[in-house]
Design a protein around this ligand. Sequence first.
Ligand code: 2P0
Length: 370
Amino acid sequence: MNFSVTDNDFFKETSLLSKEEKKGTVIHKSPSNIALIKYWGKHGVQLPNNPSLSFTLTNAFTETKLHYQTKAENESKSEISLEFWFENKKNEKFEQKIHKFLESLLPTQPFLGFVHLKIYSQNSFPHSAGIASSASSMATLALCLCDLEKQLLNTLENKEEFYQKASYLARLGSGSAARSVYSNIPITTWGQTNAIENTSDLYASPYSLPIHDIFQNYQDTILIVSAEEKSVSSRAGHALMETNPFAQTRYELAHSNLQKLITALEKGDTKTFIEVVENEAFVLHALMMCSSPPFILMETGTLTIIKKIQKFRKDNNIPICFTLDAGANVHVLYPNKYKNECLDFIERKLKPFCFEGKYLKDQLPVNSNQ
Ligand code: 2P0
């Protein structure tokens, strides 16, 4: 496939489905990701208004097991049949959400109506940590659905095609999930940009440009400032961009920040890396503050931590920086070679501002083929 891939490439006929009864289990694991160039604002069916780029995490992931059995001849093939367990308990709320998602896929993925599905999912990170799990959970579900299609219809044999489709389906579940289907790829991009070949708004791809050694095994320590649910859902957050007076400027800035980041990643230029990454975090939060209605997603502790990181960087000449998701928690980013100094700083100076002293140590995966 090339970059002229369209929605039609992801639609599948059920005529390939054999009549014999089939059952089986597929299992997948997907990492969480943290965007450096943020996706904030969308149009159409989950299409991003600007390209985004993210670091893949290693320790924060979702694991999903999908058990399937083909329906009997007299059972309806136009309905989804699903039971859903989260962390070993039947979860009605998640079941309804996934049911609705699968229903929305039925017109283009009709084979989903031909099976009874039992899905078991669990996260590696605590759910009371205010860490978004939609990216890793939708990505792992999408990978399972692609494996299901492969087993039922003998399609998606080609690896690249398999992952593109998984990313495409994950995107329909949650935008940032498109970037979470590639477990062992440290950097992922989603959204069409002339700066990177073969990029698409329909699915994310492994970052294909040179990465300097300083970014190998880059560290991300996630400081839990608030474990509460977000005050505004990401769906509502994205919608606020439609009336935000700075929206157009933001989309242009995302493109120029991406270009700067690409060069910094290649050259190992941590100074520019830090400028871009912190700017993207501040801009995301500034956009929410000047939306109508406005939202403040940072807490007092968030600001205190940010100031301490910036001071530590200046005083010690260590290229440590932060980024934020659409919430109060802080991702502290630093090169692997400064791990000891940075972890010591976090433990002594930042931990007191974390909710119950909680933080999670994470890092980029070591690059390997998918
Ligand atoms: C991102 N975020 O690029 C941005 C930055 C949060 C801050 O994408 O509505 O859950 O499901 O497409 O992906 C969070 O929004 O939104 C998000 P939907 P999603 O990671």
